[in-house]
Design a protein around this ligand. Structure first.
Ligand code: DGL
Length: 272
């Protein structure tokens, strides 16, 4: 069997990981994608690390059963608390979305770094630990910004409510001390232009999806897992609970013709 022919598996709690999926599809146009949005358990940011690990492992087993040659955890919350746990338990290469961002920050020589993420990501302190190691002495200002995910899942990508919540969080961030702001949740790129509007020119917003896609393309090439032959692209999108918002946003990203399937993977366990 030629493993490089399989799709790249990605998962998130909802639409956020689609920002990463689209960047990967653009960067690697010969690759097919299999995406799982765990909408039944959204938001991951409010779940315990144990619950996130259990959901994530089940999803990985499902993606592998459906041919995934590698898995991208397209979710910061799951990357924060479940990456090592999954790495020990699954038999295909797996990537988180945090290491590419840390690597990029290192190149940018920041003086003060703001990190916006879910409670799960911020409470895990994973950004603090990784940044302290690689950029010792550089102040890091993490802030849990939990109102943004429900807002985005409700398709409030701009407008008054979105603006006032962003402004509220910017006030809470020590913004005058920052020159870099990391959107440490894969949902947030969907409102990146709204956030930029309120930032002064001094602050660089990290573009998570393209940074992650560049990293994944290098890693898959190094592993010899990139598609070698020309083949038909076959993206597939599944959710654990069908929602109109997911359908709408996935259509914006991948075209209205996409087939979205509801898949209850919690009933039976796939073995890998
Ligand atoms: N998109 C996710 C993240 O990057 C999950 C958001 C959530 O479900 O709370 O953390």
């Amino acid at each position: 069997m030629n493993y490089s022919n399989g799709p790249i598996g990605l998962f998130d709690s909802g639409v956020g990981g689609l920002t990463v999926a689209r960047a990967i599809a653009r960067k690697l146009p010969k690759e097919s994608i299999i995406y799982f949005g765990d909408t039944a358990h959204l938001p991951y940011g409010e779940k315990s690390p144990d619950a996130i690990r259990t959901f994530s492992l089940r999803i990985c087993q499902h993606l592998i059963k459906n041919g995934a040659k590698a898995i991208v955890i397209a979710c910061n919350s799951a990357s924060s608390v479940a990456f090592e746990y999954l790495e020990e338990r699954i038999n295909v290469p797996i990537f988180n979305v945090i290491d590419p961002l840390i690597d990029e920050l290192q190149k940018m020589k920041p003086k003060g770094i703001g990190v916006w993420g879910t409670h799960a990501t911020i409470n895990s302190k994973v950004y603090n630990h990784k940044l302290e190691k690689l950029l010792p002495g550089i102040p890091v200002y993490p802030l849990a910004t939990p109102l943004l995910v429900p807002l985005i899942e409700e398709n409030h990508l701009n407008g008054e409510i979105t603006d006032s919540i962003i402004q509220h969080y910017l006030k809470e961030s020590k913004i005058s001390n920052l020159d870099h702001l990391v959107l440490a949740c894969t949902h947030y790129p969907l409102i990146a232009s709204q956030i930029s509007k309120h930032l002064d020119m001094r602050v660089t917003l990290l573009r998570t999806p393209t940074i992650v896609a560049d990293w994944i393309s290098i890693e898959l090439a190094n592993l010899g897992l990139l598609q070698k032959e020309k083949n038909t692209i076959n993206h597939s999108f599944e959710v654990s609970d069908y929602t109109e918002t997911f359908k709408k946003i996935s259509g914006i990203f991948f075209g209205d013709g996409i087939l979205l399937k509801e898949q209850n993977i919690w009933k039976s366990a796939d073995s890998i």
